[in-house]
Design a protein around this ligand. Structure first.
Ligand SMILES: Cc1cc2nc3c(=O)[nH]c(=O)nc-3n(C[C@H](O)[C@H](O)[C@H](O)COP(=O)(O)OP(=O)(O)OC[C@H]3O[C@@H](n4cnc5c(N)ncnc54)[C@H](O)[C@@H]3O)c2cc1C
Length: 361
């Protein structure tokens, strides 16, 4: 398993429960910031099932009651989770969530190496030889199959020569903001603007994350990668600025590429990609964690079938990912089509046509 995020731990736990011996290499010690803060009710249900019989530790997380969106009109739309059969969602501290999943994998005797990075991959017979650096020194492993859970970089797939198809040039620019405790919020707020869209999500410990999403060239043009430019754009929002009030001075921005994209093939001989490595969905879907959990499990099941002699299992897994992505693209297009107020602006114009390859400027 290369990568110990949600997708990697989901695959590792599924494999180990099926009696397959696994090892996870994770590049970080789970301390770097990473986005993905809202668990939908369906993701919460999936996580509970994944961790069972352990409960999901929600201490420090905030219950999420739903979404308020200014999207397609000046009037806000409300989407409450209260009537959802899975109950409410959660606003989570992502590092804490990933650490919890890593602890769960370790409790099932999965060796999970933190601060360990693959330096060399090579096919050896029908399996792989892997070299990695670890805090204890170099490591050499031999395995029958690899799971690419490296997120957007999809390093195993890239090593296998598999290309990535990008649908847009979306990028997120976020700031973490402290707020007075009297302002505790439980709603995710979304606002469409002429140059892209914003979301504000509560975080534990009286903070919230405020993110602007647009295409890289649009963000550059509007000076959104510098705190002063980004703050001025926020101040010009019609709804969020009023709702959230004046911000303290923003000094640090977190930038993440989050283009909607997929691998040309999510699996091949002796490997399968999961989570963001296989496909990235627009953060508008708020489904990345759920998708990583589900594809981690599905890839692990396909690998178990392959080890059991089913030679078509990985191919079927890859076909399913391609079909799922094309269904997702139609949904994404329908969501963006709800917003027609700025159809002539670059960001919206690019999303209101039929899905195609990345438009280059
Ligand atoms: C701005 C933004 C907001 C989002 N909001 C939400 C949200 O509200 N809800 C939601 O569900 N999703 C959200 N997402 C999506 C979500 O964050 C991702 O879909 C999810 O993190 C994917 O999990 P993953 O395990 O596939 O990849 P990742 O979380 O990226 O994990 C990959 C892991 O692999 C490790 N790694 C990488 N390379 C190597 C290597 N060579 N060797 C070893 N380890 C390696 C990394 O350190 C990392 O731990 C958001 C995304 C963005 C960009």
């Amino acid at each position: 398993m290369v990568g110990g995020g949600v997708g990697g731990t989901s695959a590792a736990v599924t494999l180990v429960r099926a009696g397959v011996s696994v090892c996870v290499l994770e590049r970080t010690d789970y301390s770097p910031w990473r986005p993905g803060e809202t668990l939908s009710p369906a993701a919460h249900a999936e996580l509970r099932q994944f961790l069972a019989p352990e409960p999901l530790e929600t201490e420090g997380f905030l219950v999420s009651y739903g979404l308020e969106a200014n999207w397609g009109s000046e009037r806000p739309h409300h989407h409450a989770f209260l009537t959802n059969p899975y109950g409410c969602g959660w606003h989570v501290e992502r590092r804490r969530l990933d650490l919890q999943l890593a602890r769960h994998a370790r409790a099932l005797q999965v060796p999970l190496w933190e601060r360990s990075c693959v330096t060399h991959l090579e096919r050896e017979g029908s399996g792989w030889r892997v070299e990695a650096t670890t805090p204890e020194g170099p490591l050499e492993l031999r395995c029958e199959a690899l799971v690419d859970a490296t997120g957007r970089s999809a390093q195993v797939a890239r090593h296998c020569g598999v290309g990535r198809r990008e649908e847009d040039g979306l990028c997120s620019v976020s700031a973490i903001i402290d707020r007075p405790s009297s302002h505790t919020e439980h709603l995710l707020r979304v606002e469409a603007t002429p140059l892209g869209w914003w979301y504000a999500a509560p975080l534990p410990e009286n903070r919230f994350i405020l993110t602007l999403l647009s295409d890289v060239d649009v963000l550059e043009h509007h000076d959104a990668f510098r705190p002063a430019g980004w703050s001025a754009l926020f101040a010009s929002t019609r709804h969020l600025a009023g709702r959230l009030g004046e911000l303290p001075e923003v000094r640090r921005l977190h930038v993440r590429r989050c283009e909607t994209s997929r691998l040309e093939r999510a699996a091949g001989e002796g490997w399968a990609a999961v989570g963001d490595a296989a496909a990235m969905w627009d953060p508008l879907s708020s489904s990345g964690i759920l998708k990583a959990l589900r594809t981690g499990r599905a890839a692990a099941e396909a690998l178990c079938s392959t080890l059991g002699g089913d030679s078509g299992a990985l191919e079927r897994y890859a076909d399913e990912r391609a079909e799922e992505f094309s269904r997702y693209l139609s949904m994404r297009q329908a969501n963006y089509a709800l917003e027609q107020r700025w159809a002539g602006e670059d960001f919206w114009r690019r999303r209101l046509g039929a899905p195609s390859g990345l438009e280059r400027n």
